[in-house]
Design a protein around this ligand. Structure first.
Ligand code: PBG
Length: 350
């Protein structure tokens, strides 16, 4: 048998007992560890498990309806009855937590988002029902005003269009406390107002909710990747953009500052959002904190994969898994992803 270099590289040769002298005298041959599937599994540095996944879900008013979100194929707005069935199913698949987002009818929106702290509001009712029907699953509620405001901003807006920080934090505090009262396991401020984590922690503790955790959207960027999510909730800002509160895509050091502040204020888990275009931020944050780090694989990241797959241009399953493992590799301990159910199904059958 010839031992020419090209022949050594061929796949038939990989399994043969090749004793012929090689053309080079390499000391290190990293490919040795890649030769068999078993070995590759044994030296694999990162794994994706169902325990890493948090499933973001959309709830709407009404009964016995689900509406697919056009720009997020495979994702639906569910009425509460159908949401409960879906949650029971993902719980059986091993998913540990869902993150709830409400679709609020226009008529219930106002300038200050007061529906957000209605003790009988959609989120509050949903939390109560989920905790009763599927007690094992953790329920994470979003703390931000955008689904509840007529203007679509995450905060209270003054007559000049300025988003007011401290006035907004007062509403966020009421919202978080009402979610905790409904039974939320974890509240997740996604608004990017300054000081909200500390204010929410203080209020939760004062009301006796010392064990309700805070998942802080610490490094949340002003991103065009949120487009499909805003379609889902019909929550796109009616004027301007979110750049005076969400972060500039060009900044990394500032993300570390935001994370440090949220930790100092009492966050239990810190988050980077979006994930895919911000893997470097996930990596830097992970190195700087002892807390678990979450990453949000956002709606636009989901939509891109779905769209390319529908065109037949990429292998959806492989690209999905490669994308999610990249987030784990970057340092994410937890991933919020609309792929959670699909991944859980794949992992359950593998
Ligand atoms: C609202 C919120 C947004 C997302 C989660 N919470 C949108 C926004 O900030 O405009 C986006 C999630 C996604 O795109 O999947 N505060």
């Amino acid at each position: 048998m010839s031992s020419s270099p090209s022949n050594l590289m061929s796949s038939e040769n990989l399994s043969s007992n090749n004793t012929a002298p090689t053309a080079t005298t390499l000391i290190h041959r990293p490919r040795r560890l890649r030769r068999t599937a078993t070995l590759r599994r044994m030296v694999q540095e990162t794994t994706l498990t169902v325990d890493d996944l948090i499933y973001p879900m959309f709830v709407m008013e009404g009964e016995e309806q689900k509406m697919e979100i056009t720009s997020m194929p495979g994702c639906y707005r569910y009425t509460l009855d159908l949401l409960l069935q879906e949650i029971a199913e993902v719980s059986r698949l091993g998913v540990g937590a869902v993150a709830l987002f409400p679709v609020i009818p226009e008529i219930k929106k106002d300038d200050t988002g007061s529906e957000s702290y209605n003790s009988e509001g959609l989120v509050q009712q949903a939390v109560k029902a989920i905790k009763q029907a599927v007690p094992n699953i953790l329920v994470i509620t979003d703390v931000a005003l955008d689904p509840f405001t007529t203007h679509g901003h995450d905060g209270i807006v003054d007559e000049n269009g300025v988003i007011l920080n401290d006035a907004t934090v007062e509403v966020l505090v009421k919202m978080a406390v009402s979610q905790a009262a409904a039974g939320a396991d974890m509240v997740a401020p996604s608004d990017m107002m300054d000081g909200r984590v500390g204010a929410i922690r203080k209020a939760l503790d004062a009301e006796g909710y010392i064990d309700v955790r805070i998942l802080a959207y610490s490094a949340k960027y002003a991103s065009a990747y949120y487009g499909p999510f805003r379609d889902a909730l019909d929550s796109a800002p009616k004027f301007g953009d979110k750049k005076t509160y969400q972060m500039d895509a060009a900044n990394a050091t500032e993300a570390i500052k935001e994370v440090a502040l949220d930790i100092a204020e009492g966050a239990d888990i810190v988050m980077v959002k979006p994930a895919l275009a911000y893997l470097d931020i996930i990596c830097q944050v992970k190195k700087k904190t002892l807390l678990p780090v979450a990453a949000y694989n956002v709606s636009g990241e989901y939509a891109m994969i779905k769209a390319a797959a529908q065109m037949g241009w990429i292998d959806e399953k492989k690209v999905m898994l490669e994308t999610l493992i990249s987030m784990k590799r970057a340092g994410a301990d937890l991933i919020l992803t609309y792929f959670a159910k699909e991944v859980a199904l794949i992992l359950a059958n593998s």
